[in-house]
Ligand binder design. Structure first.
Ligand code: AMP
Ligand code: MG
Length: 190
């Protein structure tokens, strides 16, 4: 049977990585195996080898053309991976030049997902999570700009569905309710 391709997105600090890791663990206990692929890591490996950046959070400040070249490189490599895969990425990336689509048409054609998941939370909760995460260089922005970003992500996800016929699922990751998010995601991956 062909594997399932699941693209998981969410603004920085929404808790995407926690939702993904716990869901993969939960499903593994049921003998359902998913490979966890970080789109950003594929981009970063190339960017670092070319001396473009020193850390992954610098990539979104590169020129639009540089980001698109890294994105293309990553999607071509990821497209070759078979089986059930979760691709941890972004519906759009906030850059100094505006929102860059995470999955422009040529990337979608490489990946052809079955489903695009948007992990979402209230803007004020995301704001707080960013302040308490010291492992990353999170953008400092206000609640309203986080809301705008989440809105743009819904809009752009609709276009991904139109281009590929994939479904789009919103998963709410509210404070103290990670188990709910994990159950909602696991339900579509079984
Ligand atoms: P992450 O660890 O998921 O936050 O990804 C690290 C960085 O990789 C992001 O801040 C972006 O600069 C870049 N990135 C990840 N996915 C994409 C994508 N689909 N398109 C463009 N840039 C991406
Ligand atoms: Mg993450």
């Amino acid at each position: 049977m062909a594997g399932k391709k699941v693209i998981i997105t969410g603004v920085p600090g929404v808790g995407k990585t926690s939702v993904i890791n716990e869901t993969i663990e939960k499903l593994a206990n049921e003998n359902i195996l998913y490979l966890n692929i970080s789109f950003g890591s594929f981009m970063f490996d190339v960017a670092k080898a070319s001396n473009l950046v020193q850390n992954r959070d610098e990539m979104r400040s590169l020129s639009k053309d540089q980001q698109k070249a890294l994105q293309r490189e990553a999607s071509q490599q990821i497209a070759k991976i078979e089986g059930n895969v979760i691709i941890d990425t972004h519906a759009s990336v906030k850059t100094p030049a505006g929102f860059l689509p995470g999955l422009p048409e040529w990337v979608l054609r490489d990946l052809m997902p079955d489903i695009v998941v948007l992990v979402e939370a209230d803007d004020d909760q995301i704001l707080r999570r960013r302040f308490s995460d010291e492992s990353r260089l999170r953008d400092i922005e206000g609640a309203r700009s986080i809301r705008d970003h989440q809105q743009f992500n819904r809009a752009v996800a609709a276009s991904y569905a139109m281009l590929t016929g994939c479904t789009v699922l919103y998963v709410e990751n509210a404070d103290f309710l990670l188990t709910h998010s994990v159950e909602a995601l696991a339900a579509v991956l079984r």
